[in-house]
Design a protein around this ligand. Structure first.
Ligand code: SF4
Ligand code: SF4
Length: 334
């Protein structure tokens, strides 16, 4: 069902939806950005249309709504453990096409990679997606090269045009919340980006790539801050932490927290051994995981080309450039 509604009517619908759903969208956190006088665009719970940032790419991905940065898995005492109460309320998340493709990658890792992750599934089962179309490509995006610029996998599509809100309602459960006049329209999506990447096919990447000189550039340039991983819509690694309470050290909680393959300690093992001490080797690991290992296993690339890693890197290291360097390496070898 495709309809047009006015802003007031849309806000009334959001108000009614909030009885059943938590609603998350990108919002501008004014002057909370990295540099002076810049905003940070993060996912937060919203109540009105006016809170939603439609015109700028979010700095963090919607992954925050599915996989909390810190999540308590259970509380323990000497002889018992208890999982936290689950919020049974469903959720609606406003996001872009590349981010919906990214959720497919997260699902692959947490639901279809041997074991089902029970904590992720509890949240994932409650979530529906609201697609924000892209009228233009943003800085550092390369979604068209990755084939993630378009999707039909949404419950509701939203397109604000002047004073009207155009809605493409695909989910029958959401239909009763909206009323407006029928209107035919197409969701926006971009067909090309300024940045294009060319990725060698997994079988074209030789094992010699591990020793290639190109990774040495990143030994000094990368400062191992991990920002690129934390903003990434498809990075899914976490670490475990046991927190022991001060008043009784036999009681506490086990948490999982986001981890980064770039930071020191990620590969630490018992006995003090650790892999990939050079920062360039960590870069190699990330690049090959995003466009090689994952593909070899599941048949499609992990990276969706959202460009957030490039937006965030304090050292101006470009992930898309590193992919193209990989392609150049393959050409040199031929
Ligand atoms: S590697 Fe970079 S471009 Fe690819 S999905 Fe992650 S943040 Fe986006
Ligand atoms: S954001 Fe840049 S400097 Fe920081 S870990 Fe990633 S590539 Fe290295």
């Amino acid at each position: 069902m495709k309809i047009a509604v006015c802003k007031e009517s849309f806000n009334k619908s959001l108000h009614r939806l909030k009885d059943q759903y938590r609603i998350y969208a990108p919002v501008a956190m004014v002057y909370k950005g990295t540099f002076s006088d810049t905003d940070s665009i993060r996912y937060r719970e919203i109540s009105t249309l006016e809170e939603i940032e439609f015109n700028r790419k979010s700095h963090f991905s919607p992954k925050e709504t599915l996989l909390p940065i810190t999540q308590v898995l259970f509380y323990f005492t000497e002889d018992q453990y208890k999982e936290p109460e689950v919020d049974e309320k469903k959720a609606l998340v406003f996001l872009r096409a590349c981010d919906i493709h990214a959720v497919k990658r997260i699902d692959q890792m947490y639901l279809d990679n041997g074991e089902i992750d029970h904590y992720y599934k509890q949240v994932r089962d409650t979530i529906k997606f609201i697609l924000i179309g892209c009228e233009k490509s943003y800085q550092n995006c390369f979604c068209a090269s990755m084939g993630t610029n378009k999707t039909e996998e949404y419950s509701l599509g939203i397109k604000p045009v002047d004073n009207e809100i155009l809605l493409d309602i695909k989910d029958e459960e959401l239909e009763p919340y909206f009323s407006g006049k029928e209107k035919e329209f197409k969701m926006d999506y971009i067909t090309t980006n300024e940045i294009k990447v060319s990725i060698p096919k997994p079988k074209e990447i030789s094992r010699d790539v591990a020793e290639a000189e190109l990774w040495r550039e990143y030994d000094d340039r990368c400062i191992a801050c991990g920002k690129c991983n934390f903003v990434c819509s498809t990075c899914t690694c976490f670490s475990m932490q046991d927190i022991f309470y001060k008043d009784n050290e036999n009681n506490g909680e086990r948490r999982r927290v986001w981890a980064s393959c770039h930071v020191d300690g990620y590969t630490d093992m018992a006995g003090g051994h650790s892999f990939r001490k050079k920062h360039g080797d960590r870069m190699r690991y990330k690049v090959l995981h995003k466009v090689y290992d994952f593909n070899k296993r599941f048949g499609y690339h992990m990276c969706v080309g959202c460009g957030r890693c490039d937006d965030a890197c304090p050292q101006y290291i470009s992930f898309s450039t590193s992919i193209n360097k990989l392609k150049d390496l393959e050409k040199e070898e031929q």
